[in-house]
Design a binder for this molecule. Sequence first.
Ligand code: NCD
Length: 303
Amino acid sequence: MPLPFKHFISTKQLTRSAADAILTKAAEMEKVIAKGGDDRLKGKILAALFYEPSTRTRLSFETAMCRLGGDVISAEGIQFSSMYKGETIEDTMMIVGQYADIIAMRHPEAGSADRAASASPVPFINAGDGPGQHPTQAMLDLYTIKKECGKLDGIKIAMVGDLRYGRTVHSLSFLLGLYDKVHFTLISPKELTMPPKVTDFYKEHKITFTETDDIAAGLDCDVLYMTRVQQERFTDPAEYERLKLKYILTADMLKGRKTTVMHPLPRVGEIATDVDALPNAAYFRQARNGVPVRMALLDMLLG
Ligand code: NCD
């Protein structure tokens, strides 16, 4: 099934049936991976433009394209690109869209993905636009929750850390909002609370949520979604230093609990390494799920 849109910019574009179709396709892709891949995207080229640091997103996009028989061309770091010389995002898309069949871009400015998509002659995927959205991460998070918890309706999820600048929690909120009776526990210092664009969405859609600065409120949820304080979004380094390790999850805090622990990664101290050995530590499996989910998205957008 092709997706009902050409460009994937935001999880707000998804309906429940489109999200479910991506999950189904991703499960099929696990089987394709198990047999070493296939060549359904042979002859297709993905342009991976990463103007902000990335390891998982970029490598899993590239792996996904390779597993389906396609090729990848790439550019990284604005300082090495024509954008540094003053080229607009729109012009860059017009050019790259003549080389590649699909473009994935990460860029430091919120809203850059909308601008890029509006100019791109080929399907465009937002791989993170500053503190805006990260829709493919949200899809792999959704896939992980379904696999780990066996359900999406009725999920109780606690989101912990930098809810202000963390784009993954914004995108995942809009996405989980498509399912029934999901409850959000939002845990952050008061300086890093969830922005109104998300809390207004919860209210509009009658989604229940509670806000607190106490991590204890999240320990008995189905999912504890930890995040890194987004150092690159702070103008005051002292403020970052003060807030960076307000929450540190340890194995001791999870003793006797089944809470599925997730994190988009990289972690920078907010999950102690002694959590890794717990069966409910799902963040490395979550990272792995990026490949089948991105294979599904590439296949559906190019199909
Ligand atoms: C996240 C991102 O880039 O927004 N990482 C990722 O894509 N796996 C989270 C983060 O950088 O903290």
